[in-house]
Design a protein around this ligand. Structure first.
Ligand SMILES: [Ca+2]
Length: 342
């Protein structure tokens, strides 16, 4: 019918071609440039600071704004270790980070759906009879510890392998790429625009984080808002400027990077350092000499038993410890947070 009408009137035919030309111009000037300039359809929907979940049981995510920063600590920072330098500029692209560490409840969903077993034991489990608390207690697990943890506490006692299995499961379940944060992403997100020792200022404070005594390793402390000797429920302290909780203290977080004892080879694009090379280390790190860099992974944030020095934005740590591997090492002071590509 439409074609017949157009053919029967000269006026109608002109209008038809005018509309075709208008449509062509619209596509050429508006639609095409928009398609080319948009990195992906998904990214169009995310703005910095926005929070979202990919399923009802999935971790809540926060969109982190892209930017650049100096990774590491300046030479004069109190408590600095040699491996926190040299400071280097890193550009971090837009990504989403878990608002909180993964909780016991979220881990339990994974276990229920996959029957995932954790049989490696756990260090610092605080169970009766732990003669050497730093050794793996074979009976301890994420669900069997010597201190109380409700569903909202960060899940702990997981090896690197356990965490990789969770990330694969979550990616498959949601259709999105979930992974660990790189060390650059972690420090950028922890600093949230600050250059001070801690995001809240120059001194440690139990008003902002769950950590231990001023002088000892492995001992918790209750003071001010920090009412926990061991782990605290996620979100018990104020968030940083990017909207992330518990980046300092509570539990350390597994990261994607292999070990490197300086930032001299750290990728400037914000990605993880994953070069598997033979380590050449001396001094305090001499026990790692000759081992492969990727037989270790960086862990960040410090934990409930750490002194202030270890929960600084620039403080670095790594796992596993001597005598264990990425397949066996687990600790009640070590959990994880997820990242998602956008
Ligand atoms: Ca505490």
């Amino acid at each position: 019918m439409k074609n017949k009408n157009i053919e029967s009137k000269d006026f109608g035919q002109n209008e038809y071609w005018k509309n075709i030309y208008k449509l062509y111009t619209f596509i050429k000037r508006i639609v095409f440039p928009a398609l080319i300039s948009a990195p992906s359809w998904g990214q169009l929907n995310f703005t910095a600071g926005q929070t979202f979940r990919d399923c009802p049981d999935c971790p809540e995510m926060v969109v982190i704004p892209p930017g650049s920063f100096l990774i590491g600590a300046p030479p004069e920072e109190v408590g600095r270790y040699d491996e926190e330098g040299p400071q280097r500029e890193v550009n971090v692209g837009k990504f989403a980070a878990g608002k909180f560490d993964i909780t016991k409840k979220q881990w339990a969903v994974f276990v229920a759906e996959t029957n995932h077993l954790t049989t490696h034991g756990c260090a610092w489990a605080d169970l009766p009879g732990d003669a050497k608390p730093w050794d793996l207690n074979p009976s301890a697990s994420w669900n069997h510890l010597g201190f109380a943890q409700d569903d909202n506490h960060p899940v702990v006692c997981l090896t690197w392998d356990d965490v990789q299995d969770y990330l694969l499961w979550l990616s498959k379940k949601t259709g999105h790429h979930y992974r660990l944060l790189s060390e650059s992403e972690w420090e950028y997100a922890a600093r949230a625009g600050t250059t001070t020792t801690f995001p809240w200022g120059s001194g440690a404070s139990h008003e902002f984080a769950n950590y231990g005594t001023d002088t000892s390793f492995g001992k918790g402390l209750i003071a001010g808002r920090d009412q926990w000797m061991a782990t605290s429920p996620v979100g018990s302290f104020p968030p940083n400027a990017f909207g992330l909780y518990d980046m300092h203290g509570n539990v350390m977080q597994w990261l994607a990077d292999c070990f490197e004892n300086s930032y001299s080879a750290n990728p400037p694009d914000g990605s993880a350092y994953i070069a598997d090379v033979t380590l050449k280390t001396t001094g305090d790190l001499a026990d790692m000499n000759g081992k492969n860099s990727c037989s270790f992974h960086i862990v960040r944030g410090g934990d409930f038993g750490d002194p202030p020095r270890s929960i600084r934005s620039a403080a670095r740590n790594w796992a596993p410890v001597a005598g264990t591997t990425l397949h066996t090492y687990a600790s009640s002071a070590l959990g994880f947070r997820v990242a998602r590509a956008l």
